[in-house]
Design a protein around this ligand. Sequence first.
Ligand code: GLA
Length: 706
Amino acid sequence: MNPLSTLEPASAGHSDEYARAAGGLQPEFRTRKLIPNFYAHAAVGFAASLLLTSALPLCAAETVGLETLDLAKMRQGWGQPQINRSMRERPLAIAGQAFAHGVGTHAHSTLWVELAGGTERFQAAVGLDDAAEGPGSVEFLVYADGRKCWESGVMKPGDKAKAVDLDLRGVKTLLLRVADGGDGISYDHANWAAAQFVVSGVRPVTLDVPREEAVILTPKPGPAPRINGPVVYGCRPGNPFLYRIPTTGDRPMQFSVDRLPAGLQVDAATGIVTGTAPARGEYAVTLRATNKLGSDERPLRIVSGDRLALTPPMGWNHWYTHYDRITDQLMREAADAMVRSGMADVGYQYVSIDDCWMNAPKSSDPMRVGPLRDADGNILPNRHFPDLRAMTDYIHAYGLKAGIYTSPGPFTCAGYAGAYQHEEQDAQQFAAWGFDLLKYDWCSYGEIARGDSSLAALQKPYRLMGDLLCRQPRDILLNLCQYGMGDVWKWGAEVGGHSWRTAGDLGFELDRVFEVALKNAEHREWSRPGEWNDPDYIQIGYIGNARGMGEPRPCPLTPTEQYAFMSLWSLMASPLFFSGDMNRLDDFTLNVLCNPEVIEVNQDPLGQCGRVVMLSEETFLMIKELADGSKAVGLGNRGEFETEITARWADLEVKGPQVVRDLWRQRDLAVRSGSFSSLVPRHGVVLVRLRAAGSPAQPMGASGAY
Ligand code: GLA
């Protein structure tokens, strides 16, 4: 239930409460904190501040409690803002001091307030709530018209409340922010207690987070052929082979492949390579595409052996759009859209079904209720999936691949039939149905493991499924989805995985995409061809809110955040699975998903995950070494305001003059020596590629560098 709708607005008399709160603070502290330190004449001391205060027409002013504003616009890292109570839904209390009014929030938290010059002061007592029951740490920050005007410093549980009292005359926009104190956001139950505006003009109104215009940065692909996609591709000898040459440009187009090994053939009209994977070995082929406007060629190294997914898998997964509404029809439409939209032309390949294709003991949809298995123990799809083999045939006919999902426990996370005690049968069935990828969850397996959290117990179901999949006469990728337990990145490959989720469901944490990415990048040492850290799907365009498994709506991320998402996933060599609505792909979403130069960073054959070489409270630099010797660099700004970031050659370990290429705009910006600086917008990543001046401009693709 939304606490905002259940609680009454605060009563009057806030000024008194604020005075009591401030009065209860230690004197020297009060003196220091009452200085409104953002004034242009910031050097004024407490005495001057008092003079200013007494000069205000206070009797004409009214106080407006923070909790009376529309807090639905507050963004926070966990839970919902609480009116006059803490995140634990108890009375607000900081170090034993109780407060009758205020707002309980959780780091990271932001609230933008339009003051429009009508507010004289903002006053509050801030600190961690006593009921948090854990070792949180936070920092409260206030910004007036884009400038930081107050900060609490790091506060820990038991720290006495700190008073804020700021002169805001003339200020148009205020930002109230709670940052993490440096140890992650667990237990960061933060109180803006006794928080109020002293208002003499228009009343303060909360604002949506600033949302810039959705500008399409990337030029549309030209009409002449451009072959995209990886330069290396793994397969297992003797298994069915399927590869659609990802190529932008006008159709009709003619495709051919030089030195294609025996057993493989290319369809000249579609560019789909099929057949039987060749004998163990490496085959250097050249892909060619021609239309009436020109031609392109690109090398591809086919590596037939034990390893698959030599570059991060790319595709679409239904979860964050259709949840338990997925049907055969929607899956086919997704495949249609992957081709029609051009996604397949830049390398998206897997069309993956997630949970809810099986039967469940109970579901609000009677079509999904039925026997879980037949008399022989074979898993039964629900009635929304009349023929899974026909569905994968449909997907394969496009040259695309099909993914499926289950859980090692008796039930999946959504309560549908899992694989427990039928693992071999299910692996065979998935292969017979023609699936090319299995996402293997953990849900309900905990009951089987019975609290045994040893490494062997954590690995057991994956080791079993990894072996089973290897024995099928198909190449089937294994994506472990156990949220990072037991440092899965250290052993995911050993048990047969090709990728492993490094954290929980990102759909619950879209406010924390930067933090999740930076955490994921800490596991960079375990990222390499065939072995990928998976921070979850790309959630841009139309997605359904993960909490209510809602119908797809425009995603909450700003356009800049959406670019940042894709930039970070590319720098980190993360599997690139879009999970938005394939039937509502607008030009902006496609431009974020489909920039071949950005994807080339993701698909780089070295398989490196970007390295964070500078990390400050608000900014960071992430660098990724690429196979041709060039480097991709992300200049990231987690802060709330545009800021200039400098990438120094010394930090990036590059020397000499470098051509700096803006990958989103596909434009060389400049030749720089020593460093490169750029303004980076709020929650943005500027993504550039540096190559030594004088080296070829198109390192991959046509130049045949591989
Ligand atoms: C878990 C996974 C999600 C999704 C759901 C399906 O939460 O982490 O990615 O597969 O299960 O129920």
